[in-house]
Design a protein around this ligand. Structure first.
Ligand code: HEM
Length: 412
């Protein structure tokens, strides 16, 4: 390895202190410039987990994402810390599989998530969004995370999956506590507590829904999973459960995170918000810029299948390799003035992954949901202001606000 300043050499990138206010952007900037493939000996948040390589530039992440033969999603899971989920269950989700099994299962899901199929849901998603925003009528302030983002994303993914609306809040709690397990505000039971308490509940509820759909299929996605066949064979129950979990988890956290961070950026950059108010056609650009600057997942992980070399750095078989999207999306070799929120920017980003086999399945749905959320919120509350300090979920994985208090200030 090229010689590195000893302060960087000893840095543990997943150190609780570093992630209190979201991703450590200053540190990532230094890593990109001085040590783009960096070794952390261990993680303080999950002390039982092994050390890991941090990859921080867009080019290196692009290389890893397209080389599944060298960088596996199946060998060791897809996040820096496995947080209690046994590997066997992670491997029952196609996000945790390598080809060829991954490709067969993903193809099955893809048919329901094409841009055309998703576009058919525009009216329904707008009605859900408007319904949630109308509940704010007469209020002076609210928390955008709790009062807007959560109920909208829960109902959208809930209606896709066939979850009854009255169960949305239960599913939101289960998803937030398992994915944000390291934050005691989101999950007061601690990481182990969440796994012992919430994971069995997820399974039980899922099995119940699956049994109902076996008996009476509908047009929701759970029915598709129940009846799907891959090479002439039906999916096993744990594959259906984990497929369901993957979609509900991905649909819950990601869009919510991007909407809230994007709205905060618009409040803090009123000249950018003004551009959108004058020219709503720029809103898809604001969505992309929010995805770039605030990728909902700060990282995904691969495991080296063999000894290899990346950016001049030797990586050994079995070692963890973390792709920090929170860093690559601000890579100065790709973006001019990367920390500036600019709704007119057009450069591609890696919030949905960097291409390759595991590129996000839900891009069309996420983009549609976000566009509608931005459009409807800005139309009603064009002058919204912060009403308190926003706070991040304390997590090196989900890059998300847990509170965003705002004064609503309705349009005249
Ligand atoms: C703002 C919204 C979203 C963001 C930022 C996002 C981000 C990502 C990223 C980074 C990956 C790649 C993981 C990797 O490289 O290993 C991914 C995969 C995935 N996403 Fe999303 N996602 C979003 C919304 C959604 C939605 C709404 C759904 C579906 C309901 C979804 C379903 C999935 C699935 C199933 C995968 C696994 C794909 C595979 O392994 O082949 N995502 N997402």
């Amino acid at each position: 390895m090229a010689s590195v300043d000893s302060d960087l050499e000893n840095v543990l990138v997943i150190e609780r202190e570093l992630w209190k206010d979201g991703p450590p952007h200053e540190l990532f900037g230094r890593l990109r410039r001085e040590c783009p493939v960096h070794w952390s000996e261990r993680m303080t948040v999950y002390p039982e987990e092994d050390g890991f390589w941090s990859v921080t530039t867009a080019q290196d992440i692009h290389t890893i994402s397209r080389d599944w033969q060298t960088y596996s999603s199946e060998l060791g899971g897809v996040t820096a810390a496995r947080v209690g989920f046994p590997l066997e269950l992670l491997r029952a989700m196609f996000i945790g599989m390598d080809p060829p099994k991954h490709d067969r299962l993903k193809a099955l899901f893809q048919s329901g998530f094409t841009p055309k199929r998703i576009a058919d849901h525009e009216d329904e998603i707008r009605a859900i969004t408007v319904g949630v925003l109308e509940r704010l009528d007469g209020r002076e302030s609210c928390d955008l995370v709790v009062d807007v983002a959560q109920p909208v994303v829960s109902r959208v993914i809930g209606s896709f999956m066939g979850i009854p609306a009255e169960d949305d809040a239960i599913w939101a709690r289960l998803m937030n506590s398992t994915l944000g397990a390291s934050d005691l505000d989101v999950n007061p039971y601690g990481i182990e507590g969440a796994m012992e308490r919430d994971v069995p509940e997820i399974f039980e509820r899922c099995r119940k829904l699956i049994a109902e759909r076996r008996e009476r299929p509908t047009d929701d996605f759970t029915s598709v999973l129940v009846n799907a066949e891959v090479e002439g064979e039906k999916l096993e129950e744990h594959e259906i459960v984990m497929g369901f979990f993957l979609l509900v988890a991905a649909g819950n956290d990601s869009t919510k995170a991007t909407y809230c961070s994007g709205m905060r950026a618009l409040i803090e950059n009123p000249e950018q918000r003004q551009l959108l108010l004058e020219e709503p056609g720029l809103i898809p650009g604001a969505v992309e810029e929010s995805l770039r600057m605030f990728p909902a997942f700060a990282h995904f992980r691969r495991t080296a299948t063999c000894d290899t070399e990346l950016h001049g750095q030797q990586i050994r078989e079995g070692e963890k390799v973390i792709m920090w999207y929170a860093s690559s999306n601000r890579d100065e070799s790709r973006y001019e003035d990367p920390d500036r929120f600019d709704v007119r920017r057009t450069t591609e980003h890696q919030a949905f992954g960097a291409g390759g086999r595991h590129f996000c399945l839900g891009t069309a749905l996420a983009r549609l949901e976000l566009r509608i959320l931005f459009e409807e919120t800005l139309a009603r509350y064009p002058a919204m202001e912060l009403a308190g300090a926003p706070a991040f979920v304390e997590s090196p994985f989900i890059n998300q606000l847990k509170t965003l208090p705002v004064r609503l200030i309705p349009a005249a």
